[in-house]
Design a binder for this molecule. Structure first.
Ligand SMILES: [Zn+2]
Length: 103
C-alpha cells in the first residue's frame, strides 16, 4: 500500500476522533470548539484531562450565593438587612440566604 495514502487515512481518522470527542465538550465549560483544537494539537488524551478538569470548574462556578425575600420572591445578589422592595412599602422583611444554581 502507498505510504502517503496510509498516512492520509491515519490523519483523517485522527481528526475524526478529535471531532467526535469535541461533542463531549459542548455542555462543558471548555466548549466544543476549544476541546477540538486542544485534542487535535495536544492529542485527545490531554483533551480528555482538560475535559475532566473543565467539568469540575463548572460545578464550582454554577452555584451562587444569593439572598431571597420570601415575601415578594425577589432574589438579590448583594446582602441587605431587609428587602429593599418591601421596605418601600413600609414592611421590614429579612432576606434569606440561598444557593442558586445558574443556568
Ligand atoms: Zn421583598
Amino acid at each position: 500500500m502507498d505510504k502517503t495514502y496510509l498516512l492520509a487515512i491515519i490523519i483523517f481518522f485522527y481528526i475524526l476522533v478529535c471531532y467526535l470527542f469535541s461533542f463531549a465538550g459542548r455542555k462543558r465549560e471548555i466548549g466544543k470548539r476549544r476541546l477540538f483544537w486542544v485534542s487535535l494539537f495536544l492529542t485527545p488524551v490531554i483533551g480528555f484531562a482538560i475535559f475532566l478538569g473543565s467539568q469540575e470548574l463548572k460545578m464550582n462556578s454554577y452555584i451562587e450565593k444569593k439572598y431571597k425575600c420570601e415575601r415578594c420572591g425577589y432574589v438579590f445578589s448583594d446582602y441587605h438587612e431587609n428587602c429593599p422592595f418591601c421596605e418601600k412599602e413600609g414592611i421590614k422583611h429579612e432576606l434569606k440566604p440561598v444557593n442558586q444554581f445558574m443556568t
